[in-house]
Design a protein around this ligand. Sequence first.
Ligand SMILES: Cc1cc2nc3c(=O)[nH]c(=O)nc-3n(C[C@H](O)[C@H](O)[C@H](O)COP(=O)(O)O)c2cc1C
Length: 177
Amino acid sequence: MSKVLYIIVCAAGPAAGVGKLVTLAQDAGWTVQIIATPPALDFIDVPALERQTGRPVRSRYRKPDEPKPPRADAIIVAPATYNTVNKFAQGAADTYALGLLAEAPGLGIPVVVLPFVNSALAGRAPFRRSVDELRAEGVHVLIGPGEFEPHAPDFGGDISGTYPWHLALSALHTPGT
Ligand SMILES: Cc1cc2nc3c(=O)[nH]c(=O)nc-3n(C[C@H](O)[C@H](O)[C@H](O)COP(=O)(O)O)c2cc1C
């Protein structure tokens, strides 16, 4: 049985193109489960992603009597917002996506975070601290030269189409992730 990849999609411009990452992951042999943050539901085409993955897009905790979905073998957060990166680093678990992330390092599940933030947000001390703290916990945060490079404020829409989805998948196969 193929391994299960959770793709956690946050509410940032490139989210509409997450189907590209689904295709790359499926081509690499992964079974893909999409998890959306609640605000990301406005950015994605839920029925199209459900057709593509064959699984319901999940965005909320299950009800106690609903069955547990299969555990992830790996998690990619893409696009990762300023909000979710900071909350992940602080240990918040107030959305289903954050609840999964909160447990992942302790369960030994590899996590790759590919942010999409502008330079005004990326330069903030809380965000830089979050990146450092997540890396110290073994989370692979792809921000910096040759990875995701923050864009100028107000130009996110112009570069959403060049978002490097493929880096998230290749990082899963790099040592240390
Ligand atoms: C059109 C639009 C584009 C946005 N783009 C970004 C973005 O590129 N990066 C980011 O961190 N937040 C962006 N935001 C703000 C987030 O959507 C907002 O902080 C939200 O609360 C994030 O929720 P989430 O982290 O649970 O997905 C955008 C908001 C809107 C309405």
